[in-house]
Design a protein around this ligand. Structure first.
Ligand SMILES: [Zn+2]
Length: 716
């Protein structure tokens, strides 16, 4: 029976680029969608950028742009990266949309009406300088247990202790450096205890139906041990998000409207009337008794609670259907370790695409992915070997070895018929591969890939045994040759059909060579006979280890010291290990970039560069003509420089903490980068970057030059 399924992937945060860790998730769901469609099911596939929260607000502020402009730019990059990885959403939206606002309000009002909302005052640390409440990750200080410096407000990375941010010794705000003060504010909560019985039975029911992995349900049991506490769903202004209706200055915490964004994206798709949908279909997928449609989420193991406790509770509390399945996967490691910027293994999707074919990684990930929460390791050597051996050596090679003979001896046509022995061989292979449909559905892609490679090995053994290159020399064995080539190319077609969800772009080219375009696995049941094929074009080339090395090098380069004014090193909003329903569990997936560093943390030095790299920098001497405070900025100073032959330059520099008396800088010389791309900031155009030594904050020291140097002189 064909099923109707709405599939989503976890929403990437609109604060940074898509990296290979994200790609695991999107490829896993895209592959599933493609396989389910080829099995005859009707699937709608949506995603969106998760566009709200403190991190985005502060990053936009730092860049001097509106948050909407920031998330729009990121949306363009995200959609281009995902599309170039072959991930084909029917609709990719943003949580900062009118549809999402409307749906969030609708769900909120229903929760209120049904008595699931309460409010009470909460004590929280407040940044008196920046005038904002601070999420735990935006507070740092000395660990109260082991006394390590610069630890986050929720947990110590040195000793692993978890604590309350108010327990930190000498806490400071990561946003302004100010000492936070305790302040009270009224927060809104969803009473999760109302849903305890329901959630318990939903979890067991979904586990029995295969909609939740056992390890996930087991993990959740511990939450029920002390009873579910209420979930804090509000944040105070300033916050980038949706304001809570009738509560000026109070905003929905980003994790409220993020999952609602799945449904809002689908609503937009229904309203666009694409994919045979109409606005009425939204109801069919969301009403509480929707049992002829399915809602399937794919997520990483860091955000289980949001999707299996809070999200189903919100849905049910608002009178909507709960998810049919939440499929959870592990994290990506590279060469057996956490992705690392300094080792170059923190690879952005775009950097990968600049060096390697998307289908190669899709295939490798498929060969590693199973239906468990185990982490997936991208072993770069194994990646190279597997792509070269499996995709090129075992699959594409069948076609490249046989195609020429078909054109040379048989006018590009396959035989009209196969003898009984060959027909039986084909049927056996087709039957063996048919098992992959169930393996795809249960997300055991690794097992599906093993099955496919076994059949590829059989096909290659058949070709080797019948050696068409020998038969081709003997005119009397023409018919035999034709049969061998026809079966070999049918093996190739069979493998291609079953590999289509995994390597879609290569498969399309492979099928075009065969003059075929099947969109169902069923098409594999019957061989292609008496059919004309096209001239063979190379479908995939072997990975050269240099390509992988170049990708790693390019990933290291992105580590380079960023331009001044140095971006505030923003941790990512969310809470760490101690997150529980009572507090405000943050998007734990948004862990700080491994390469990021807080104040006082040593920044790893960039790699060795060539003299040519150095020569790209146009370093110059300039004299400070004007230096003044910037209204509305607590970090920046505005400089007007006399740069000699280069004329006058305006530069904004984030060194106010180190130079509280800007007038004292007037008349002195500085060193600056003259050929840095100008940057438009909220306060004006910044045309370069002034160099200083030090780690930031008030520990910064402008460079000087000996007497005799004049403005405009190059520094070499
Ligand atoms: Zn500690």
């Amino acid at each position: 029976m064909p099923r109707e399924i709405l599939v989503t992937s976890a929403l990437p945060y609109a604060n940074g680029a898509i990296h290979l860790g994200h790609i695991v998730e999107h490829v896993q769901s895209d592959l599933w969608v493609r396989a389910m469609r080829m099995a005859g099911h009707k699937v709608h596939y949506v995603c969106a950028d998760d566009a709200h929260g403190t991190s985005i607000m502060l990053r936009a502020e730092h860049e001097g742009i509106m948050p909407q402009a920031l998330i729009e730019g990121v949306w363009k990059q995200h959609t281009a990266d995902l599309s170039d990885f072959g991930v084909r959403y029917d609709h990719y939206s943003t949580t900062d949309s009118a549809a999402n606002r409307e749906l969030t309000y609708q769900i909120w009002r229903a929760l209120e009406k049904n008595g699931h909302v309460e409010s009470r005052p909460v004590k929280q640390l407040f940044d008196p300088e920046r005038q904002m409440f601070l999420p735990d990750r935006f507070i740092k200080g000395e660990c109260p247990v082991c006394h390590s410096k610069d630890q986050y407000g929720d947990a110590c990375e040195a000793c692993g202790s978890t604590y309350n941010p108010m327990d930190l010794i000498e806490p400071y705000s990561v946003v302004s450096g100010a000492k936070p003060v305790e302040r009270e504010s009224r927060h809104f909560f969803v009473k999760l205890a109302d849903f305890e019985v329901l959630l318990k039975s939903w979890l067991e029911e979904r586990r029995a139906a295969g909609g939740l992995q056992s390890e996930v349900v087991n993990k959740l049991q511990e939450w029920f041990a002390d009873g579910l506490r209420s979930w804090d769903v509000s944040r105070d202004a300033p916050y980038f998000g949706f304001e809570i209706p009738d509560q000026p200055g109070k905003y929905f915490y980003v994790w409220v409207d993020a999952p609602i964004g799945y449904l809002a994206a689908f609503k937009e798709l229904c309203e666009s009337k694409r994919g045979g949908l109409t606005p009425l279909d939204f109801e069919r997928f969301t009403r509480v008794d929707a049992d002829d449609t399915e809602l399937v989420h794919f997520i990483g193991k860091d955000i289980i609670y949001f999707h299996t406790l809070f999200w189903p509770a919100m849905l049910h509390g608002a009178g909507l259907r709960m998810p049919t399945a939440v499929n959870v996967h592990g994290f990506l490691t590279v060469d057996g370790a956490k992705m690392s910027k300094s080792r170059g293994t923190f690879v952005n999707a775009r950097t990968y695409l600049d060096h390697l074919d998307a289908d190669y990684l899709r295939y490798y990930l498929a060969s590693m992915l199973g239906p468990t929460l185990a982490d997936i390791d991208l072993d770069l050597k194994a990646f190279e070997e597997r792509v070269n051996s499996h995709l090129v050596g075992k699959w594409v090679n069948i076609a490249s070895r046989c195609a020429g003979f078909v054109h040379k001896h048989f006018d590009g046509k396959l035989a009209e018929e196969l003898p009984a022995a060959e027909r039986a061989r084909y049927a056996a292979a087709a039957e063996k591969l048919a098992a992959c449909a169930a393996l795809y559905e249960s997300r055991d892609y690794a097992a599906a890939m093993r099955t496919i490679i076994e059949v590829a090995d059989e096909a290659n053994a058949y070709v080797a045994e019948h050696a068409p290159w020998v038969l081709a020399k003997d005119q009397s064995r023409r018919d035999e040759l034709h049969v061998v080539l026809t079966l070999a190319l049918n093996y190739f077609r069979l493998l291609t059909i079953w590999l289509t969800p995994v390597v879609p772009a290569t498969a399309v080219r492979a099928l075009a060579f065969l003059g075929d375009a099947p969109d169902r696995f069923d098409a594999a049941l019957m061989p292609l006979l008496g059919h004309a094929i096209e001239p063979f074009q190379p479908l995939a080339t072997r990975i050269d280890p240099k390509q992988v090395a170049a990708m790693i090098e390019a990933s290291k380069e992105s580590l380079q010291v960023s331009s001044n004014p140095s971006p505030p090193i923003l941790p990512v909003e969310g809470e760490g290990p101690k997150a529980r329903a009572s507090a405000s569990p943050g998007p734990e997936s948004r862990v700080p970039d491994p390469g990021s560093s807080g104040p006082g943390v040593r920044v790893p030095g960039p790699d060795v560069i060539s003299i040519d790299d150095f020569a790209k920098l146009d370093l110059r001497i300039a004299r400070v003509d004007v230096c003044e405070f910037v209204e509305g900025s607590d970090k920046l100073l505005r400089f007007e420089l006399d740069a000699g032959e280069l004329g006058r330059r305006q530069i904004f520099s984030g060194i106010k903490a180190a130079y509280p008396e800007p007038s004292e800088l007037v008349g002195r010389n500085v060193v600056f980068i003259a050929n840095l791309a100008p940057r438009k900031m909220r306060f004006g155009l910044s045309e370069g970057m002034i160099l200083s030594a030090g780690i930031g904050g008030n520990s910064l020291f402008l460079l000087d030059v000996d007497p005799g140097a004049t403005p405009g002189m190059p520094v070499k």
